[in-house]
Ligand binder design. Structure first.
Ligand code: NAD
Ligand code: WQD
Length: 355
């Protein structure tokens, strides 16, 4: 009797539901989870990813995690996944993330991102699963009053996407107030870039990339002619925007650190819940520095032209990473050159992305 209870606990502690697990950050985190000995279970509606990423996960890790194609708002379908698997914790990546699109289609963004999270929390509570890591974003800070940005900087989101993240943070806070049995870690990511070092997995945006690094790598591989640099008249070292780029595998490992800490009761006795933590490197690079680093890593010339500022952009944004070190014992390890070299390995071996 004792033995079976013990076994059940061991199994349950290691099973992690990863929502949005076929997406960019989710898939890399699944690989990190398997490497750390966890058993990830993936749900995703494939609205912004492809099932073929599962083959790549298998290639890298030797394991193919269970996958359920479902929409997070489908309560009955999600419920079945919780019935089938002894889930210990959830890492909630699923969501829409394009800022410009969110301005054009705010209701779709609010409905998708917020309703998904409410449905998830309801199903989790029903099954007594109360440990969640949520993908928030540095975009909740908006134009922060000071850099490096600390977690206690007042949120001021400037678009519906960022606002959806801020609203979800507050909903989770309320869920915790109503039931302090929850353990919640809200991770505010800065600018995730790069790819798994194998070259098997990476970022595969649909259509024209919105973000700097995937755009540059498509220029390097010949899919696009040149990169537009959005403004060179900011008050930064060379006039172009400064951001805190973080290697996606460092980010993935940050989730493992958060998961392990969530298991430790001591962390949760004294601390305010939910815990909000920045995940970045703590240093910023300009757009021109990124172009130069990518050119060096790929051996390719990256043609660019300076254009006007992109509306809504800020001059500089990078994280204060003190809290991540203190609470999670985690720090990003990989350099800008690693980020560019790994992104290039992925892009050059998979010029059109996933099959
Ligand atoms: P992604 O689009 O590659 O992955 C998100 C996944 O969620 C996709 O596979 C998509 O199909 C899935 N999804 C979306 N809505 C869903 C729904 N209703 N039901 C089921 N699946 C759904 O994005 P990503 O870059 O991997 O981002 C993961 C998370 O991190 C997102 O919540 C995003 O907002 C957040 N985030 C991303 C960045 C970034 O720059 N990439 C920065 C900060 C925060
Ligand atoms: C980086 C820098 C641009 C493209 C966005 C979201 C944020 C988060 C991460 C999800 C800026 C410049 C860009 C180009 C350029 N995502 N740039 N030419 O804007 O910091 O953050 O992605 O949470 O919410 O807002 O990232 O990669 O778009 O831009 O010059 O073609 O590159 O002006 O200085 P951003 P980005």
């Amino acid at each position: 009797m004792m033995k079976s209870i013990k076994n059940k606990k061991t199994i349950s502690e290691s099973t992690i539901l990863v929502t949005g697990g076929t997406g960019y950050i989710g898939s890399h985190t699944v690989v990190a989870l398997i490497a750390a000995g966890f058993n990830p279970v993936i749900v995703d509606n494939l609205s912004n990813s492809k099932a073929s990423v599962l083959d790549r996960i298998k290639k890298i890790t030797g394991k193919r995690p269970p996958f359920y194609k479902l929409d997070m708002r489908n309560r009955a379908a999600l419920n079945k996944v919780f019935q089938k698997h002894q889930i210990a914790s959830v890492i909630h990546f699923a969501g829409l993330k394009a800022v410009g699109e969110s301005v054009a289609e705010p209701l779709r963004y609010y409905e998708n991102n917020i309703q998904s999270t409410i449905t998830l929390c309801n199903v989790m509570a029903k099954h007594g699963v109360k440990k969640i890591i949520f993908s928030s974003s540095a975009s909740v800070y908006g134009q922060a009053s000071g850099i490096p940005i600390r977690e206690d900087s007042a949120p001021a989101p400037t678009n519906p996407y960022a606002r959806s993240k801020w609203i979800i943070e507050q909903i989770l806070q309320d869920v915790y107030i109503a039931d302090p049995g929850w353990r919640m870690v809200l991770l505010r990511y800065f600018n995730p870039v790069g790819a798994h070092e194998s070259g098997q997995m990476g970022e595969d945006p649909r259509g024209i990339p919105n973000n700097l690094m995937p755009y540059i790598s498509q220029v390097a591989v010949g899919r696009r002619n040149k990169i537009n640099v959005f403004g060179n008249d900011y008050p930064t070292s060379d006039g172009t925007g400064v951001r805190d780029y973080i290697h996606v595998m460092d980010l993935a490992e940050g989730h493992i650190a958060a998961l392990k800490k969530m298991e430790k009761k001591t962390l949760w006795k004294s601390k305010q819940n939910p815990i909000i933590i920045n995940l970045g490197t703590g240093r910023g690079y300009t757009v021109m520095e990124i172009i130069q680093a990518f050119s060096k890593a790929s051996g390719k010339k990256i043609p660019y032209r300076i254009t006007k500022r992109r509306p809504g952009d800020i001059a500089a944004c990078y994280a204060d990473i003190t809290l991540a070190g203190k609470l999670l014992g985690w720090k990003a390890k990989r350099s800008l050159l690693d980020m560019c070299a790994d992104a290039w390995r992925w892009q050059s071996r998979n010029p059109q992305g996933y099959p």
